[in-house]
Design a protein around this ligand. Sequence first.
Ligand SMILES: [Zn+2]
Length: 489
Amino acid sequence: MRFIAGGIMHETHTFSSEPTPLERFRIWRGDEVLTFRGKNHSFGGALDACAALGIDYVPTFFADTLSTAAPDRATFDAMTGELCDRIETALPADGIVLNLHGAMVAEGFPDAEAEIVRRVRTIVGAQMPIAVTLDFHANIGREMVEQATIVTTYDTYPHTDAAERSAEAVELLRRTVLGKIDPVLTLEKPPLLLVPQAMPTGEGPFQQVFAHAHSLEDSGAALSITIAGGFSYSDVPMAGVSVLVTTDGDPVRGQAIATELATELWELRTQMTFANLPVDEAVRQAIAFEDGPVMLVDVGDNIGGGTTGDGTSLLDELLRQQATDAVIVISDPDAAAQAVAVGVGGRFDGLVGGKIDILHGDPVRVQGTVAVVSDGRWVHEGPENAGVPVESGPTAVVRAGGVSIVLTSTKIAPGDQQQLKSVGLDPAKQKIIVVKAAVRWRGGYEPIARHVLYVDTPGLGSTDLSRFDFRNLGRPLYPMDPGASFGHR
Ligand SMILES: [Zn+2]
């Protein structure tokens, strides 16, 4: 058996002002993709599953980058063009594996994944089974579902099962090729547009509904059940929660299960809204705790969700209230270069952060001492992305009073203690750690966190969706529209 694989992953923040040109993507071609072998990553999971099953696996093209604005048409066409050309060259095959995100928007394509799968479908023909893996934050649309044969998404947030879900997709694809199953997909979309904080899978409503979904899978009622939380900072008609049920040729049962799970999510909706602490109050409370680490969750600057990573409101407040044993990471290539040039032990006096746009606070003047200089290279210890290397560019730690400011040259979504360990900071010994993430930070930091405070910082990650000028959503959607209804309820 022979599978051809490829993918493009981008979680598009349609309100971001950071452009996403082709150069912003990290691209692996052909055998370069083999670097994901053994790693907890969509591509690695598919590679390893094929190796274990004795399936010939042909990697073609994989592109990935952090969340930013929608790529323009030329960038999208260049990437999908190369993906399709390489797949065409690699034919014949028994099946195709596409590792996509699910919340990608490109100029002219509000559902970019639907367009990617459609273009691949054009090349491989109507009969070729195509398995698609998506992120948990996918905004799943009907057109993509119609083009694909199999769809799986991560069941976890933080995403600790990326490899496992790809292996599931490979196994379903294998059984399809062998004629053992006839996958039929049924999509249900309860009218929910939720912020990332509403959907951790280790607790609360999503844990409950996933437990139900997994028991249905175990009972054999469905081949696979996907629940995608969606990505709310995406002004497209398919934005929101999705329940996607794969049955063995039984769309009636698929619809019944999809409706049941979507209704269960809907009934838990009042547990999916949030109020965060004002910045000054959060810092005051963090300082007042006797023990730590106290995690200050910088909700407005949620890097993984497409923000700048240079938000300064918490830095400013930590310095103003003279916090001690506090650490914050700020992505600012100019400040990092300045600190690296000064060198260890030298005096730093410069403006930090708040430079990319006007939404994430003003630049803050920092006066301190350069404590550490680093090349910004480290390897994820996990659980998320375990084994995957990171390049954050020239990096320095500046100590200003009791605050350690880690200045990086590129933004890295925080979810791994190695980010701090790599610059000589022991996370467990910090009193206060600022994390620019909504939920992802939990992967690495939850085991050591003593207290967690969610902070209402300004920025593109704000959990107050009324601050964004949405025009294209499929409204009404709860909680933006409190009068939204679903089914008979
Ligand atoms: Zn995600």
